[in-house]
Design a protein around this ligand. Structure first.
Ligand code: COA
Length: 535
């Protein structure tokens, strides 16, 4: 493969200015991230530690193989919601390796409202299970939770993807041959009791873990029986009498060691083969992404400059380099894994859509994972393009993306607007991972375009009634729409609501994608079958 020849000059004023602005964005992101990680109250953390318990992230660090990465997902879930009283939505999820096996870890954070579940906690728990199902990854549940956050019960209890979905998923995952291990490190109440009860093997920690369908206050109210939590459902009871748990652990560290020992007996078959190459660092320094990534969305960015800093040796075998150049397509390697890359380089035209659909067919016929690099304002609009059938050709692109059964990974490095989000494997298209850079934005259209559309609609309405739109009111409407889109279009608004799997520093993109691809090899890729393309 040829090396991309970069046209970026890291000594230019433009590059330096972009880098400076991007580093400000990155600093702000890291401060926000820090505030989330240190979000739980000092009092709750102290109380937790006094009980001899490890914090959720400490538990995870001890569970995964030494010196291997744990890719934490959606760390900023529920950010700027509920007065920031649910940092990380009270649950830590991610992908790590245990005895070399990529594994999903779901750990309650009991220092956040007793590890109870609000809507975003549930979304995060279910999203992690979905990743386990999609990739056939074993799942470890570290349970330390008071169950549903009762004031929010109507938003978390009864619906299809609410609390009950955890156990439905556990049953389906089990039937699919996915190993699930529960470590009960704290409370496990009511419906929560089914997490360990439905796992393959369950470990429970002495004097800490409890499992019961109804806690002592409920038992007293219902039957008058007075009983302590330990007598009702502690480690002793469940490992000697009820059989609800299988392994008795002296403390957190012991429980984590038992879990690692269980993993020595776990192996997932069959796996997907990919033709691997030796790993090569990019020829162009990934840190230069800071000087290239779009800060000002009015400025166009050549996505080949981004690709050159993500792929092995900066080598890229471009497909149709001379045709429909607003979409860059081609093959490369990321940490030795072969990938197809589809990157925006401007708006999507009819021919762009056809090129995209054709390239997806190449990747699915060769069983190669696809990386979508999004920086898209949308599909082209206007009389000429409608007549040429942009909707017809756009539909082919969307159709191909939706049916492609190879793993898909989406990185939003700039804007993600309009139906371009769909064609480029947005959340609704089930990419294996969807990651945002901190500068990125996502909304149905840009704020200015939305303001102009709404002003035009209002103007037409008033005109039909023989009135005119007062310029002051017009400006007030524009301001309010711009403000709303600015807030709702930010990567933080998206990640708080689990529209993505997390915000990442651009230079981590290679590593996160590589772990995602490695994880995808645990399930054989399904054959792709396309339906009817509108020709
Ligand atoms: N709903 C709402 N809030 C809850 C809650 C629940 N189910 N369980 C705990 N909390 C809140 C507490 O009010 C407290 O809030 P604060 O930090 O604002 O004061 C915080 O979580 C920590 O609870 P606390 O009892 O002080 O901590 P703990 O570590 O001693 O005990 C539990 C944690 C989960 C064991 C205990 O709170 C408990 O038993 N909760 C009820 C569990 C239950 O019956 N759930 C049924 C729902 S399915």
């Amino acid at each position: 493969m040829y090396r991309i020849k970069s046209e970026t000059d890291p000594n230019s004023d433009e590059f330096k200015k972009n880098k400076k602005d991007f580093l400000d964005i990155l600093k702000d992101y890291k401060q926000k991230l820090d505030s989330v990680i240190n979000g739980p109250s000092e009092k709750a953390v102290a109380k937790h530690k006094e009980r001899g318990k490890l914090l959720a992230r400490e538990r995870i660090n001890l569970l995964v193989d030494k010196n291997t990465p744990f890719v934490e997902l959606s760390t900023m879930a529920a950010y700027n919601m509920y007065d920031n009283s649910f940092p990380s939505a009270g649950i830590i999820t991610g992908i790590g390796r245990i005895h070399g096996q990529e594994t999903i870890i779901i750990a309650n954070d009991a220092t956040v409202k007793g590890g109870t579940y609000i809507k975003e906690t549930i979304k995060k728990h279910i999203r992690a299970q979905e990743i386990a199902m999609q990739n056939k990854l074993p799942c470890v549940y570290m349970v330390d939770s008071g169950g549903v956050f009762l004031p929010e019960q109507s938003k978390v209890f009864p619906d299809r993807f609410d609390f009950g979905r955890f156990f439905y998923n556990q049953a389906r995952m089990s039937a699919d041959g996915i190993p699930q291990i529960a470590i009960v490190m704290g409370s496990c109440t009511a419906g929560g009791a089914y997490v360990p009860a439905m796992s393959d093997e369950t470990i429970i920690v002495k004097n800490q873990g409890t499992i019961f369908i109804g806690g002592p206050p409920l038992v007293k109210a219902a039957t008058g029986e007075e009983v302590t939590a330990e007598e009702l459902g502690g480690a002793e009871v469940h490992t000697t009498e009820s059989g609800v748990a299988d392994h008795f652990a002296e403390n957190d560290k012991h429980a984590l060691q038992i879990c690692r020992n269980i993993f020595e007996t776990i192996e997932i078959q069959p796996k997907q083969d990919l033709k691997l190459s030796s790993i090569e660092e990019p020829y162009y320094d990934p840190e230069e992404l800071y000087g290239i990534a779009p800060v000002n969305f009015r400025k166009s960015v050549n996505s080949k400059e981004i690709i050159a800093r993500l792929v092995d040796g900066s080598r890229f075998h471009e497909f149709k380099p001379r045709y429909a150049t607003t979409l860059v397509t081609g093959f490369a390697n990321i940490m030795g894994f072969p990938v197809g890359i589809i990157a925006n380089n401007g708006v999507i035209f009819s021919e762009t859509s056809l090129k995209g659909a054709h390239f997806i067919e190449l990747c699915t016929s060769r069983n190669i994972p696809i990386i979508f690099l999004q920086n898209i304002t949308g599909f082209i609009v206007g009389k000429e393009y409608e007549r040429k059938g942009i909707a017809r050709d756009g539909a082919k692109f969307v159709h191909a993306v939706a049916n492609a059964n190879v793993p898909k990974f989406t990185v939003v490095f700039g804007g993600s607007f309009g139906a371009g989000n769909y064609a480029m494997a947005g959340r609704a298209y089930d990419p294996n991972l969807l990651l945002m850079w901190p500068n990125s934005k996502i909304s149905v259209m840009g704020g200015e375009q939305a303001a102009n559309v709404l002003i035009q609609v209002k103007e037409d309405q008033l005109k039909a009634r023989g009135k005119t739109f007062d310029s002051k009111e017009k400006e007030a409407l524009r301001e309010s729409i711009l403000k709303k889109y600015e807030e709702e279009g930010s990567a933080y608004y998206s990640t708080a609501r689990l529209w993505d799997d997390g915000i990442i520093d651009p230079i981590d993109t290679r590593n996160v994608l590589a772990l995602g691809i490695a994880a995808s090899l645990n399930r054989k890729y399904k054959e792709t079958k396309y339906g009817v393309f509108r020709m």
